[in-house]
Design a protein around this ligand. Structure first.
Ligand SMILES: [Zn+2]
Length: 175
């Protein structure tokens, strides 16, 4: 490994240690010429992920394609680029963990919809309208109603959890 200070390609490994649950190895090295210490990481390279389309065709996974789809759904919504990047990273990591080399297109779409639903209702509906191929308007309206209902249930669950906490803390505050 070439030394970052003197560029000499002659070093000694001082310490090797498994990190990230064994997914990578961290090595502390020292340059035998100038004594500079530096660190390298060694990790497993994944072969390119393939996407299995609905009709069974295989397609190379494209990060840009996934990112563009989410970005388009978030157009003029209060969602930062950073948030979108984080969602894409999360989906890729999830797919790598759940599948081997071939990932069903539907699994990627479902994961994207789940993340958008947490993030922004409008972005979710936009994404769903492209991805889900609704047969008619009624189906689309039903989907939105279900999402609204889920959201309301989550809100009321959060509210009752808060109320329970307040009820518990009130007697202590009085003392
Ligand atoms: Zn050096």
């Amino acid at each position: 490994m070439r030394c970052p200070s003197c560029m000499e390609d002659d070093d000694k490994v001082l310490e090797s240690r498994a990190v990230r649950g064994g997914a990578a190895i961290r090595r502390r090295r020292t340059c035998l010429r100038c004594g500079r210490r530096f660190t390298t990481y060694e990790e497993i390279m994944r072969e390119d992920m393939m996407v299995v389309k609905r009709d069974g065709r295989l397609e190379e996974f494209s990060r840009a394609k996934l990112e563009n789809g989410i970005q388009r759904s978030c157009l003029k919504r209060p969602v930062s680029m950073r948030k979108i990047t984080a969602i894409v990273d999360g989906i890729i990591e999830e797919m790598e963990n759940r599948y081997d080399l071939e990932v069903p297109a539907q699994a990627i779409g479902d994961a994207a919809m789940r993340e958008l639903l947490r993030l922004d209702e409008v972005a979710y509906v936009r994404y769903a309208s492209i991805y889900r191929h609704f047969a008619n308007l009624e189906q689309f309206v039903r989907e939105i109603r279900d999402v609204r209902k889920q959201g309301a249930e989550q809100d009321s669950a959060a509210r009752s959890a808060r109320t329970a906490t307040e009820a518990k803390s009130t007697p202590e505050q009085r003392q």
